[in-house]
Design a protein around this ligand. Sequence first.
Ligand SMILES: Cc1ncc(COP(=O)(O)O)c(C=O)c1O
Length: 377
Amino acid sequence: MTERILLTPGPLTTSPETKAAMLVDHGSWDEDFRSLTARIRQRLLAAAGGSRSHTVVPLQGSGTYAVEAAIGTFVPRQGKILVLQNGAYGKRMARVVEALGRRMTTVAVPETRPISPVQVASALNADPDITHIGMVHCETGTGLLNPVDEIAAVVRDQGRRMIVDAISTFGALPLDIGHWPADAVVGSANKGLESVPGFVFAFSTPEALTAAAGNSASLSLDLADQWRYMEETGQWRFTPPTHTVAALDRALDQLEAEGGIPVRHRRYRDNMATLLAGVRALGFETLLPDHLQAPVILTVLTPGDPAFSFQDLYALMKQRGFILYPGKTTDAASFRIGCIGAITPAVMERAVAALDASLRDLGMRDRAPATPLEPVA
Ligand SMILES: Cc1ncc(COP(=O)(O)O)c(C=O)c1O
């Protein structure tokens, strides 16, 4: 098969070494696999800053499973969660809360604006019943980075707890998890850690996990039970994603060799800078102002030229070896290009050249959006 570069926010492009780690079969009860599980847990904690107060609970599934498990495990059945919304994943978090039947209130702002810590403070002041806030760090629907440290300070001042969806940022950006008043910070193997899909994980504290025992109404998504069993036996409660655990261990070797998360963050920033400069030079406009843009995924506004068709562009880019991200998750007409994964600025330059060639194939001259956006403050 020809080399394929995924310009998507996960699953993403993985290295040959990470893929090769999956060529070995592991018995789920075997001592080697038990050691592998212990090792990836210890390495994930080290990547999170090595805080001694924390532990990490891996869980089978995708990002939504982690969010659902965290809310179901930590928000008490009589509790109430304030969900912060400025995009697709904040909205999904609210759907999770509804499905779980927990009481909820929301702070919602347009998708081109970050959540304001002042708004969070006044929502918490107005409602002493709120026990938790739930927020998304990088809204992968648009690529917007929410001010998690500032919001964490407000939540701490108010004596409440948080659940942070760091699915698209853990591994990609340095995070100050140890200082957040968080019952859970959830991340995924197949984003900034550059491994394959199959499992997710929640950073928490033994105190929070112990206090949450018996709270979850789900057995398979009970992080407290998963943690207790893993601590006692060294094993996963139910069939583990053996190959993908091995892949993450290999991917963590590469994270270490690269110099850790701060160095990876720099590469992603360079990838994003190359992509941004490239698409702008081609005449495109992008959704977000630069200061709100996370180095994860770029939302490009759909051009008004009738010769443009995303499906055709997707097919032409695929012929050139690049997979774009289909699926519209923004209110504005747009498409997205990811810049995370085992890719470099040189790859982003080739992607921009492929974009230029594909647009010429489409016969497109004007790349300006149909409806220019209002300027964002
Ligand atoms: C920030 C964030 N939260 C949650 C999810 C949900 O993950 P999934 O659709 O894989 O369940 C994603 C997926 O990209 C995400 O980026």
